[in-house]
Design a protein around this ligand. Structure first.
Ligand code: FE
Length: 382
């Protein structure tokens, strides 16, 4: 799409904005396309495939549907969530409401860079991503606008929402300990900090410190244990590593299954998805910190784009995603925990048993992100 074709257009109507964004984005691909901190992960959220624009529910991929549809009837989502996991939920919304959804999938970093570059011309109405650290970062960069919603306030506990209404959690994920039951007795396990004990020397597997999930976990430890103690723990983890750090949680879990290590830390839904494929996957889950602060819990969530043309449409969709029906789907198809209390979990999640969650507000993860990265770097955690 040549840029001069855009400048010849008379006014910045929504269809023109969509055209402009394509032009701006094709320029940006060169800037962000090579910026991959981690290797792709099967079924991952933050490592979603690079730039697939996938129209939902019968939309014509070859045309700008925004040019033909009433803009109130289209919500454009910039999403870092795995498309296969989120699309059934969005299809359901379109079926119920008639509102079409344009889904643009990429990693969170490139999506935020794209929003920043597009500015007022962005076609995006909603950012859908994982980890409170990412949502906090998007809010810090001024990419989101505050919303006030009695529905979200009723459905989503305050500790999983931004106090100014810039973003809200829509599902929960636990980051906890996994182990090889042929070598480890659950009675030997207790806390994240205990994985720094010399008894785990040469037995621990971890994902890279570059993963926002680990940055948030370490941020929670800084809050719960203090900075000095957290640094000691990280140094102990590094001393105990059986092998180099992994680029994703799934590979780490597979390394435990393969006997490369005996214990590790992963988000719960990766384990659930592996069990779906291999019901006899030889790894067990252990709820960390049950006698202390509770297991680390993070969110996936969303915010309304600051420059959205259809903020009401984006908010309605967010409210729907927090409804009983959508929350049940998060539990059954995504293997995540509902953010709304009192929603029935899937059989699989129930089989892992109840657990005590860390009560820390997820807003802290973003605020401590830079310090967390610096601490891991100082302690030699790659
Ligand atoms: Fe993930």
């Amino acid at each position: 799409m040549p840029l001069n074709a855009v400048t010849a257009l008379p006014s910045f109507t929504r269809p023109v904005k969509a055209t402009l964004s394509v032009a701006v984005f094709s320029l940006m691909l060169g800037l962000v396309g090579c910026n991959k901190a981690e290797t792709p992960e099967q079924g991952a959220d933050t490592d979603a495939p690079v730039e697939t624009t996938a129209p939902v529910a019968g939309q014509d991929a070859a045309t700008n549907s925004t040019a033909t549809a009433n803009s109130d009837q289209v919500v454009t989502i910039y999403s870092s969530r795995n498309e296969q996991l989120i699309k059934p939920l969005l299809d359901q919304y379109t079926e119920e409401t008639g509102v079409k959804i344009e889904l643009v999938t990429d990693k969170t970093g490139p999506l935020m860079a794209r929003l920043d570059a597009e500015g007022k011309n962005t076609p995006a109405d909603m950012l859908l991503t994982v980890d409170a650290g990412n949502l906090w970062q998007a809010a810090e960069q001024g990419l989101l606008q505050p919303v006030s919603s009695p529905i979200l306030e009723a459905n989503v506990p305050a500790k999983y929402r931004d106090p100014k209404g810039l973003w809200t959690g829509l599902s929960l994920r636990a980051r906890t300990i996994f182990y090889d039951p042929s070598k480890v007795d659950a009675a030997q396990l207790s806390t994240y900090a205990d994985l720094a004990d010399p008894k785990w020397k040469g037995k621990l597997c971890l994902r890279s410190s570059k993963a926002v999930y680990n940055q948030s976990l370490v941020a929670s430890m800084m809050e719960n244990l203090g900075v000095e103690k957290t640094e000691q723990v990280i140094r102990g983890w590094v001393d105990n590593l059986a092998t180099d750090v992994f680029s994703d949680d799934t590979s780490m879990l597979e390394a435990i299954a393969a006997g490369q290590c005996e214990v590790g830390v992963s988000n719960s839904y990766y384990y659930g998805r592996l069990l779906d494929e291999k019901p006899n996957f030889p790894v067990k889950i252990f709820w960390a910190n049950q006698d202390t602060t509770g297991t680390h819990v993070n969110i996936s969530g969303a915010g309304v784009i600051a420059n959205s043309d259809n903020p009401d449409g984006a908010l309605k969709l967010m409210e729907w995603l927090s409804s009983d029906k959508a929350q049940g789907l998060y539990a059954s198809s995504d293997k995540e925990y509902p953010v709304k209390e009192g929603i029935d979990e899937s059989d699989l999640l129930r089989s892992w048993g109840p657990f005590k969650q860390d009560t820390i507000s997820v807003q802290k993860f973003g605020a401590l992100q830079t310090q967390s990265i610096q601490l891991m770097d100082k302690a030699g955690y790659k």
